[in-house]
Design a binder for this molecule. Structure first.
Ligand SMILES: NC(=O)c1ccc[n+]([C@@H]2O[C@H](COP(=O)([O-])OP(=O)(O)OC[C@H]3O[C@@H](n4cnc5c(N)ncnc54)[C@H](OP(=O)(O)O)[C@@H]3O)[C@@H](O)[C@H]2O)c1
Length: 325
């Protein structure tokens, strides 16, 4: 297969290259694309050295799949070009996620949605949303969902290489002029991810709400999120509270979540932690409790690597589904 990666030099793009290699995705030819700053640089992959170029008309010709991770503006510009040139685009940005003609896919939850893609584009959801909906799907299947509240604890790599660089600079005693965060992140927690709207909700909070509804078909179900940036390098955590249609014991809830592929539920006293899942594809769930006052309400904790299951791995899984189709 001929595979293009737009954003190949970024935090997600580099992870995509690693995941393609690890999962032995059948790549015959790579087209590596990034900004003009990276033009001419080379990336070693699969025993060969590949030149990085800036995207141009014709760059996607002959490509079967184009994996995009270069931000929403680039996706809006180049995804229609790549699709017109014959590639199926799997896009990591927010550009197309809520477009009714673009499926928003988490393979463990709604793989069938990928079949209808009139624009030739499939969207990869937001990183915190992906890891949250995977165990949530187990609860939905077993007991139905009435309401969701989520608080996320999101690592700096969720803001890309600049986020990682900003934390490293601050931990070394300095600061980064290029920091993507609205304040110091070392030793801090910032409830502000993405622009804040006039009604007080941040963009990331709306993404979790709107994307969860679209992926799981939960239109009309109340969903509220608070998204917090924390000084962790890689690995997001989500604290979820869900009101179910039917009561479940904590054991039944654990069993329901564990039935979804890719979920690992911890049942002992140890809590799954973000740094322990960095580099892994698993979605780990722990700290599952039935509410003390409301028996249909469950609380649980979910961690996953945002660069892998939250982005690159999910995109490669979608590409694998296209292979099998
Ligand atoms: N990080 C996460 O956990 C995560 C999770 C889910 C989705 N995403 C999404 O994935 C995308 C990339 O995120 P990231 O974390 O990998 O960011 P990043 O580390 O900042 O990488 C951005 C990539 O985009 C390229 N790029 C920037 N401007 C470009 C242009 N004008 N033309 C072509 N390429 C350009 C960069 O190339 P240069 O190196 O040449 O600048 C780099 O390869 C974003 O849309 C983000 O929302 C990220």
């Amino acid at each position: 297969m001929k595979v293009a990666i737009l954003g190949a030099t970024g935090a997600v793009g580099r992870t995509m290259l690693r995941v393609l290699e690890e999962r032995r995705f059948p790549v015959d030819e790579l087209v590596l694309l990034a900004s003009e700053r990276s033009e001419g640089s080379r990336i070693a992959w699969g025993g060969r050295s590949w030149e990085v170029r800036a995207p141009t008309q014709g760059a996607f010709r002959g490509c079967d799949v184009a994996l995009f991770s270069a931000g929403a503006a680039r996706s809006r510009e180049w995804a229609p070009v790549a699709a017109a040139e014959g590639a199926v685009v799997v896009d990591n940005s927010s550009a197309w996620r809520m477009d009714p003609d673009v499926p928003l896919v988490v393979p463990e939850v709604n793989p069938e949605a990928a079949r209808r893609r009139p624009k030739g584009i499939i969207a990869n959801p937001n990183c915190a949303t992906i890891q949250f909906v995977v165990p949530l799907e187990g609860l939905r299947r077993r007991a139905g969902i009435r309401r969701i509240v989520a608080t996320t604890f999101q690592s700096v790599s969720g803001a890309g290489q600049k986020g990682l660089d900003a934390l490293a600079a601050e931990l070394a005693g300095g600061s980064s002029a290029d920091s993507p965060f609205p304040g110091p992140i070392a030793g801090n927690a910032i409830p502000w991810i993405g622009p804040r709207g006039p009604d007080g909700w941040n963009e990331e909070e709306d993404k979790l709400r709107n994307e969860t509804r679209k992926i799981m078909g939960l239109e009309g179900v109340p969903i509220a999120a608070t998204c917090v940036r924390v000084p962790v390098e890689v690995g997001h955590a989500v604290s979820g509270t869900v009101e179910l249609e039917e009561e479940l014991s904590a054991d039944e809830a654990r069993a329901a979540m564990a039935e979804v592929s890719g979920v690992e539920v911890w049942t002992d006293d140890r809590d799954p932690l973000p740094r322990d899942v960095a580099g892994l594809d698993v979605v780990r769930v722990g700290h599952v409790r039935v509410d003390r006052d409301l028996p249909r309400v469950l609380h649980f904790w979910v961690v996953a690597d945002n660069l892998r299951k939250g982005a690159a791995t999910n995109a490669v899984q979608i590409a694998e589904m296209l292979l099998r189709a």
